[in-house]
Design a binder for this molecule. Structure first.
Ligand code: PEP
Ligand code: MN
Length: 343
C-alpha cells in the first residue's frame, strides 16, 4: 500500500500516517519528493483496511499494490498453469484444449442421452447440462433437480464423458457433487460467498463463471473463496458481460484470456454460447477463444435446438459441433495447443 500525501501536508501529518501504518504491524517508509511525500507500507497488507487512511489529515489517496487475492495470484505458482482434471481425457491447463459440450438443460433421459452420444461422436471431452437452472423468470423451466442429475449420470455411464453441471445453493452442493465430475457456479451466483465456500469444502473441480458485471479482480477474489477452503481445482469461465451492446446477449470479453494468464495460474475456459446468445456466432468465437489462448471451451449443443426448453437460440447442432471440432484442432495447432477429438 502506498499513501500519497497532499502537497500541503505538514511533517506532523506525515508522522501521523507513519504511526498509523506501524500500528497495523507494517513497516512505514516516508519518501519525500520535490512536490509531495509518499508513505510506503511494507508487508502483507491484504488483511488490513488501508483505505480508511484516506480519512487521515493531509492524505490525498491510498493505493494498493498487492493483488487482493493470494492463492489465485500468478506469483503463488509462477511457472505454470494449474492443471484441473475432470477425467483422464479431459485436463484443463495443459497442452490440450478440452471441449465441454451439451445442452443448456437436462430435459429428459432421451434428450440428454442423445446429446451425450452426439457430443461423444463429435469428439467433445465432457458433457454439460443443467439439472438445477437459475432462470430469470420464476415461471420458466427450473430443471429436473435430482432426477436430472441421475439422467446425467446415466449419460456418463453410456459414453464415459465426465459431467459438468450447475449447483445453485450451498445446501445442494453435497448432492450435486455425488453425481457431477465438475460443479458449475453460474454467473448469477459468482459472488454468492457461502456457495463458493461450500464448493471449496468438497473435492470435485469447480467451474467458476464470471459474474455478468464482475471485474477481473472481483472474479479472482471469488475464486480465492474456493481455494482458501482447500479446493485447488478451480477453472475460470468467461461467459460474457453486460454492456450497452445489444447485437449479442452478452459481450464476450476475449482479452481476459491473456490478461488472466498474466494474473493467475488457474485455467481459463471460454463459453461462446452465453457470450453471444446466437448459434450463428458460436463457432467463430470458439475459434477466436482458442487463438487467444484459452484452456478449454464450454459450448451449448442440443440435438434439436428449435425444440430446446432453454437457450435454444444459442445452441449449436451436433453437425455444427462436429465441423467445429475439426476447425478447432487447426487453430489449436497454430498456437501450439491441441484440441484433438476425444476417442
Ligand atoms: C448455463 O451454463 O446454462 C448458464 C446458466 O450459464 P451462465 O451462468 O453463464 O448464464
Ligand atoms: Mn444456458
Amino acid at each position: 500500500m502506498i499513501v500519497v500525501m497532499q502537497p500541503t501536508a505538514s511533517p506532523q501529518q506525515v508522522a501521523h500516517v507513519v504511526e498509523r501504518i506501524e500500528a497495523m504491524g507494517l513497516e512505514a517508509h516516508a519518501i519525500q519528493g520535490t512536490d509531495l511525500t509518499v508513505v510506503a507500507a511494507v508487508g502483507d497488507d491484504r488483511k488490513k483496511e488501508g483505505a480508511q487512511l484516506e480519512q487521515a489529515p493531509g492524505v490525498d489517496r491510498v493505493m494498493t499494490v498487492l493483488a487482493p487475492y493470494k492463492m489465485a495470484a500468478k506469483e503463488s505458482q509462477p511457472s505454470r498453469t494449474t492443471q484441473v482434471a475432470l477425467g483422464p481425457g479431459c485436463v484443463f491447463g495443459g497442452k490440450q484444449v478440452p471441449v465441454i459440450a451439451g445442452p443448456c438443460s437436462v430435459e429428459s433421459q432421451e434428450q440428454i442421452l442423445a446429446s451425450a452420444l452426439a457430443a461423444k461422436a463429435a469428439g467433445a471431452h465432457a458433457l454439460r447440462g443443467g439439472a438445477f437452472k437459475p432462470r430469470t423468470s420464476p415461471y420458466a423451466f427450473q430443471g429436473h433437480g435430482e432426477a436430472g442429475l441421475k439422467m446425467l449420470a446415466d449419460a456418463r455411464e453410456a459414453t464415459g464423458l465426465p459431467i459438468v453441471t450447475e449447483v445453485l445453493t450451498p445446501s445442494d452442493v453435497q448432492q450435486v457433487a455425488e453425481y457431477a465430475d465438475c460443479l458449475q457456479i453460474g454467473t448469477r451466483n459468482s459472488q454468492n460467498y457461502k456457495l463458493l465456500e461450500a464448493c471449496g469444502q468438497q473435492p470435485k473441480p469447480v467451474l467458476l463463471k464470471r459474474g455478468m458485471a464482475m471485474t477481473l479482480d472481483e472474479w479472482l477474489q471469488a475464486s480465492e473463496y474456493i481455494l482458501a477452503q482447500g479446493n485447488p481445482n478451480v477453472i475460470l469461465c468467461e461467459r460474457g458481460i453486460r454492456t450497452f451492446e445489444d447485437h449479442t446477449r452478452n459481450t464476450l470479453s476475449l482479452s481476459v484470456v491473456p490478461e488472466l494468464h498474466y494474473r493467475t495460474h488457474l485455467p481459463i475456459v471460454v463459453d461462446p454460447s452465453h457470450g453471444t446468445g446466437h448459434a450463428r456466432l458460436v463457432s467463430d468465437m470458439a475459434l477466436a477463444a482458442v487463438a487467444a489462448g484459452c484452456d478449454g471451451l464450454a459450448i451449448e449443443m442440443h440435438p434439436d435446438p428449435e425444440q430446446a426448453l432453454t437457450d435454444g437460440a444459442q445452441s449449436i447442432t451436433p453437425a455444427v459441433l462436429t465441423q467445429l471440432m475439426v476447425r478447432l484442432q487447426r487453430v489449436a495447432l497454430a498456437v501450439d495447443r491441441t484440441c484433438e477429438a476425444a476417442v
